[in-house]
Design a protein around this ligand. Sequence first.
Ligand code: GLP
Length: 241
Amino acid sequence: MKIYVTENYQAMSRKAANIVSAHVILYPSCVLGLATGSTPVGMYRQLVAWYQKDDLDFSQVKTINLDEYVGLAPTHDQSYRYFMQTNLFDHINIVPANTYVPDGLAPDPEEACRRYNDIIHSLGGIDMQVLGIGHNGHIGFNEPGEAYELETHVVDLAESTIDANSRFFARREDVPRQALTMGIKSIMQARRILVVVSGEGKAGIVRAAFAGPVTPQVPASILQLHPDVTLVGDRAALSKL
Ligand code: GLP
């Protein structure tokens, strides 16, 4: 595993964007697995800035997102589709049909998961997967205790995740209770993984994930078994590693 320690959030975002953009430059038609959450926002902002300077071209890139809340429309300002549009897709020259996010409104979510797996396979798998880490160690929405062998599936969100994500909603009751998420198996099959972490609040879980035992109780710890992981974090998030 490669680890980059940066001074602060801004430097972390720039370093992570450097790694993604290097991939896009070397492999213009690559498949990027993308993540939401507050951590990668600065990275997306940096990628947009480089695109606007003409340093990046996304015209052949395909993206496939990790997860989506069940029940939220793409236009809901807390849906992950909306997040991706407003933070990245609306500002770059990616072809809309080449961007995939699980369908939170699918009448049959299980079927939507199966279709999503088919999409991942038909794209030839994920070249580089970006990941944040939840406070309880989740990746995507794979909560503690989740089976390793699953691909995209429906999950019940942990109470701690509902608490953590309620900061984005008007009321805790508004946070969806379920999500569609790529599974640990889908994530582990990505050829390269880029993990971004920031802030003192993540220091404990980052230590558990990367210096503790590999256990389903800390979903991110499985990444220790992946052959090509790059961890980019600011000093605060990596302080206990
Ligand atoms: C959400 C997402 C995860 C993300 C996590 C951490 O629950 N499903 O993909 O990694 O939040 O978010 P943040 O970066 O805001 O701490």
